[in-house]
Design a protein around this ligand. Structure first.
Ligand code: NAP
Length: 500
């Protein structure tokens, strides 16, 4: 089938063992545009246990053939998928905008990031390597080699519906694993288009299987099946930790990348304009629905008033609406439930005694009434005891926290259960480097927003954010392999020399 954005009445299918098939449940769910709930973008299978099991059967049967395919050849297939998708950036950007709500430009930015990842992992086919190391014994050649772990499961969230499926699929495939991918039920379209590109690129049947449907039925089946040797999950802490416990009970490998509460520290000597732009981008880009979104500003006294005033002025200028419209800077919450989470966090912040500076409501009127739009919001005077200082909102709600000095700012920045990303704005190398060394996060920026990731750089968090390996980069592929250590005693081989 051609790669296209589904029409309202179109029923799409699962992809199992190289074939597009209807779900055994006979049930489909509509995909709805969160900026305009009148717009249905096709229907996707509400699959059940039998569909997930069929996908695992296919991945299991295909594993030996794929694992023994030379890695450069695997890489060439990923390279062909990259070439196919590179010609479809506008189509993919529109699909992303309409299924998730990002602006068209943000959508295209995400597609470009996914393409970089495909390009990177296509090349990794030439670089899957171990090490040679000396042995304590004479006449021993010692080395490590990487082998694929087996069939794997990839479970993805709705907030990066293209880039995250790519950054799990490409490293799994290049490592020689076969996979079952289950996208978030809210956003199946971009993953489906990615799977179509792999099909067109010549991926053998069963190597990549795509099943849509509820986390409970499909997710639990995949997580509990002993044939699935590793699970790469990105999503919420509640689901991620539960999944980690279930998988650990049967000894499967898990990477779980979860929530964040990412601070930007602004010190008195910061470049004010740079800090304002970075905070606006980090807090309101993608409607604040990024794991790396800026959700706290921790600011020292000498710059606090100027920074706060400038942030409020910039927020008032943000244009919120349907991301397909020119001039729109920020789209909607992904669904009714996420919008309600945003509004509940706002109500709680008021109750806790924080001061609302701007926003703080659901947007109404003709531009907004059919979508899930929350106004970009700033609270000042947020105390460490308030929920807004510690709980992830995952929406456009920013908390400003006062710090006495740089040391206090570091203390506040670290006083959360999460550890994904942080940033510091300062012109002082001493404070910047101290923060780089002591901030409890997996990714750190200096004079830059908290957001971003690059194909060749490891991505992921520490503390309550992440367990397992970092994603992307070489580390992302390592997760899908076993490292085997080999001692090769060549005195046992036929001797051709008497040196030893
Ligand atoms: P979620 O509700 O946890 O869902 C994530 C995925 O898990 C979805 O595909 C979901 O399926 C599936 N799932 C649900 N129940 C399951 C079960 N019992 N077993 C297996 N899978 C199950 O998360 P989300 O709301 O989509 O995503 C937002 C969260 O992701 C935020 O907390 C954000 O911080 C985090 N995130 C983290 C990173 C990172 O790198 N640290 C990156 C992006 C997002 P259904 O859609 O069918 O429920």
């Amino acid at each position: 089938m051609s790669m296209h954005i589904p029409a309202a009445d179109e029923r799409r299918q699962n992809f199992i063992n190289g074939k597009w098939v209807d779900p055994t449940t006979g049930a489909w769910d509509p995909c709805i545009n969160p900026a305009d709930t009148n717009e249905v973008i096709g229907h996707f299978p509400r699959s059940g246990k039998a569909d997930a099991t069929a996908a695992i059967d296919a991945a299991t049967a295909a594993f030996p053939g794929w694992a023994n395919t030379p890695a450069p050849e695997r890489g060439r297939i990923i390279g062909r998928a990259h070439a196919i998708l590179k010609g479809k950036v506008d189509l993919l950007g529109e699909a992303l905008c309409r299924e998730e709500g990002k602006t068209f430009n943000e959508g295209k930015g995400e597609i470009m990031k996914g393409l970089n990842l495909l390009e990177f992992y296509a090349g990794e086919g030439f670089r899957i390597h171990g090490k040679t190391l000396p042995s304590e014994s004479r006449a021993n050649l010692c080395f490590t080699l990487r082998r694929p772990v087996g069939p794997v499961a990839l479970i993805t969230p709705w907030n990066f519906p293209f880039a995250i499926p790519v950054w799990k699929t490409a490293p799994a495939l290049i490592s020689g694993c076969t996979a079952v991918i289950k996208p978030a039920s809210l956003t199946p379209i971009c993953t489906m288009l990615l799977v179509q590109a792999f099909e067109e690129a010549g991926l053998p049947p069963g190597v990549l299987n795509f099943v849509t449907g509820p986390g409970g039925a499909v997710g639990d089946t995949i997580v509990d099946d002993p044939r699935i040797k590793a699970i790469s999950f990105t999503g919420s802490n509640s689901i991620g930790i539960r999944l980690y416990q279930r998988a650990a009970a049967r000894g499967a490998k898990v990477t779980a990348e979860m929530g964040g509460k990412n601070p930007v520290v602004v010190l008195d000597d910061a470049d004010l304009d740079l800090a304002v732009e970075g905070i606006i981008q980090g807090a309101y880009g993608s409607t604040g629905q990024r794991c790396t979104a800026t959700s706290r500003v921790v600011v020292t006294p000498g710059i606090r008033a100027k920074l706060t005033e400038a942030l409020v002025e910039r927020v008032k200028k943000l244009v919120v609406g349907n991301g397909m419209k020119a001039g729109v800077n920020m789209g909607p919450a992904v669904d009714k439930s996420q919008l309600q989470t945003d509004l509940d966090a706002i109500a709680q912040a008021k109750k806790d005694g924080a001061r609302l500076l701007v926003g703080g409501e659901r947007l109404s009127g003709p531009e907004h009434e059919r979508g899930f739009f929350c106004a970009p919001t700033i609270f000042d005077n947020v105390e460490q005891s308030h929920l807004l200082a510690k709980d992830e909102v995952f929406g456009p709600v920013l908390a400003i926290q006062a710090a006495k000095d740089p040391a206090h700012a570091l203390e506040l920045a670290n006083d959360v259960p999460f550890g994904l990303a942080a940033s510091i704005y300062t012109s002082n190398y001493f404070d910047a480097i101290k923060f780089v060394e002591h901030a409890e996060v997996g990714m750190l920026h200096v004079n830059q927003p908290t957001v971003g990731g690059e194909a060749q750089l490891p991505f992921g968090g520490i503390k309550g954010t992440g367990v397992g390996e970092k994603e992307m980069a070489e580390e992302g592929a390592n997760f899908f392999t076993h490292l085997k250590t080999v001692w090769l005693d060549y005195t046992g081989a036929k001797r051709t020399s008497s040196i030893y």
